[in-house]
Design a protein around this ligand. Structure first.
Ligand code: GUN
Length: 293
């Protein structure tokens, strides 16, 4: 069994990006600039956004963090999105999700100029991704593809089970893995809370992508010998022995599944760091204007 070291791969990719940015700046080109909007004080979102800002510095990007309290109106937030759309210095931006309940996330996502939508959440990017056109691909699935590639994991003709059908992980992951490409060419099954015989589906899988947000859902008896296991879960579970008071828990029971599989991503240190590094890659592409000109 081999552990897929997302932390190491992500550090390497960030170095590659930083080298490219160094060359761009040396040629007199503009430093890529990412903006992030953070609404409220959700602990997870605070950490993710802080890591995104830190990663921008590591890659040599400029970054701008725009914060609002969670009583901001949808109209004010939409106004800020329009300002960022019109600001030529900003190459790409994200609105960290989830947003407070009184704000319609879809309205906000659709207000973002798709050419600056480095999260790849706008329907134009989602649609283009689905038919294999150049676009901003959402970060978590793109990070997983990068891990499969860097570890030379065979995907062609493999049976892949995606657990979870979210718009930002499950659905795009399934779509990308079935595309005529490497990584891809898989036979994909998407399972969710209403799937019957989910354990049997998993037992037939060569590759399992676990993205349901149910800690420890995937157990050893659900895994075929030699399968590839990608764990997207990052649930915060209370842990009084930690300074933070919690630990991150994946969707896979790592200790019992590890012995049975060929490759596995740990939590933390697997998919998580790759998600941020995919956002950095999209920001570089936005800065170079290579996708939409
Ligand atoms: N919340 C959880 N994951 C993400 C992400 O990739 N982008 C944004 N904007 N919000 C998130």
């Amino acid at each position: 069994m081999q552990i897929i070291d997302g932390k190491a791969v992500s550090a390497q990719i960030k170095q590659e990006i930083a080298a490219e940015v160094g060359e761009m700046v040396a040629k007199g080109q503009k430093r890529p600039h990412l903006a992030a909007i953070l609404v409220g004080h959700d602990g997870g979102s605070e950490t993710y956004v802080a890591n995104k800002v830190k990663s921008c510095a590591e890659c040599g990007f400029k970054s701008t963090l725009i914060r609002f309290e969670d009583d901001i109106t949808e109209d004010t937030l939409l106004e800020e999105v329009r300002k960022l759309n019109a600001n030529d210095d900003i190459d790409g931006f994200i609105v960290q999700l989830p947003l407070p309940k009184h704000i319609n996330e879809q309205h906000v996502i659709e207000a973002i100029d798709y050419r600056k939508d480095v999260d790849g959440f706008h329907p134009i990017n989602v649609g283009r991704m689905n038919i294999g056109l150049k676009c901003f691909v959402s970060a978590t699935p793109n990070g997983i593809l990068e891990l499969l590639k860097r570890y030379n994991i065979e995907t062609r003709g493999k049976k892949c089970v995606v657990l979870g059908r979210s718009n930002i992980v499950g659905k795009p992951m399934a779509s990308l893995l079935m595309q005529k490409a490497y990584p891809g060419d898989c036979t994909v099954t998407v399972c969710h809370s209403h799937t019957e015989n989910i354990r049997e589906e998993c037992r037939q899988a060569d590759i399992i992508i676990a993205a349901m947000g149910v800690p420890g859902f995937v157990t050893a008896d659900m895994v075929k010998e030699g399968a590839v296991i990608i764990d997207v879960g990052t649930t915060r579970v209370p842990d009084p022995t930690r300074k933070t008071g919690f630990r991150l828990c994946g969707d896979v029971k790592f200790d019992e599944v590890a012995d049975k599989c060929s490759f596995i991503t740990p939590v933390p240190g697997g998919v998580g760091p790759m998600t941020i590094c995919s956002l950095m890659r999209n920001t570089l592409l936005a800065g170079k204007k290579v996708i939409y000109g």
